[in-house]
Design a protein. Structure first.
Length: 288
């Protein structure tokens, strides 16, 4: 899955303009990536990818129907468009936001929820639309699988940190240090806020697009899309200590074999696979 928060959502209190949402049916990931690149060049600011389609957002002032049709014509695609009027998206989301509870292990809640007392760990995440609140099946599975890794005194790399929820959980599991990176400024800002709100002291949040070269970690957490995982599999292997663990998610169940094969080629041994709502997570170990 790929989720880029629409700018109209982020800047509600600054930008009161209407936005156009263009919905396009496209089941091929490669096709959606090309469309995102083409639409970005024409002023589209945010995108949502699903298993079968793509939603693209643009300011109503910049929307040009003829240009949209021209972009879609070579792909034999059409788009359904609708006007998105300004509204308080945070208030709307808060009214529907419920705590996420992973068995008796961890709960992720917002500041306006009552504390969850029947779990080992509790994380408070400010709901500002960054990906990674625990609601999505990928984040939920990664948190559940983190129970099976010994984090005590270990170095951790959170690749694509989103809200910082996984980095925060790693510190609560007594990691010695955590480096959390994301390529999105909004995610960096949100992660820093959440790290502070959870009184974490061992997490460094930085902007980045790849694992750091010349640095190794004992555990790597990567909840990002298949394309980025495959592109960085060798780099993640190089960034792991021997006997270290790589925990990945962000892909559909039918893509498991592709990820497993790429990991095996790069010297990683599959330890466990989980599935939830057609999304998967996989745990690997570097044995040599």
């Amino acid at each position: 899955m790929n989720f880029i928060v629409p700018q109209c959502v982020r800047d509600f209190f600054i930008d009161m303009n209407n936005y156009i949402k263009a919905s396009i049916n496209s089941s091929a990931e490669e096709e959606r990536e090309i469309l995102i690149a083409l639409l970005s060049n024409e002023g589209y600011e945010g995108f949502e990818e699903t298993h079968s389609g793509l939603s693209a957002y643009i300011s109503e002032e910049l929307f040009n129907e003829a240009i949209l049709k021209e972009i879609l014509q070579p792909f034999a695609k059409s788009a359904q468009t609708e006007i998105i009027v300004p509204k308080n998206w945070n208030a709307e989301w808060e009214s529907n936001y419920e705590p996420v509870i992973v068995e008796d292990f961890v709960a992720v809640r917002a500041h306006f929820h009552q504390p969850v007392t029947n779990v080992k760990y509790e994380i408070v995440i400010t709901p500002k639309m960054s990906f990674g609140t625990g609601h999505h099946a990928t984040t939920w599975q990664v948190m559940k699988l983190m129970q099976e890794i010994d984090f005590a005194g270990k170095t951790v790399f959170d690749f694509g940190c989103g809200t910082g929820v996984l980095a925060i959980l790693a510190e609560k599991l007594d990691a010695a240090s955590v480096l959390a990176v994301d390529n999105d400024d909004w995610c960096i800002e949100n992660s820093l806020e959440n790290v502070a709100n959870n009184c974490c002291e061992k997490i460094e949040v930085k902007k980045g697009e790849t694992p750091p070269s010349g640095q190794q970690f004992e555990t790597i957490l990567a909840n990002i899309n298949r394309h980025i995982l495959l592109q960085n599999m060798k780099a993640m292997f190089n960034a792991l200590h021997v006997n270290g663990y790589l925990l990945i998610s962000g892909f559909y169940k039918e893509e498991n074999s592709m990820l497993a094969d790429a990991a095996k080629v790069n010297g990683l041994q599959l330890i466990k696979t989980t599935d939830r709502h057609n999304w998967s997570a996989m745990l690997f170990q570097k044995l040599k």
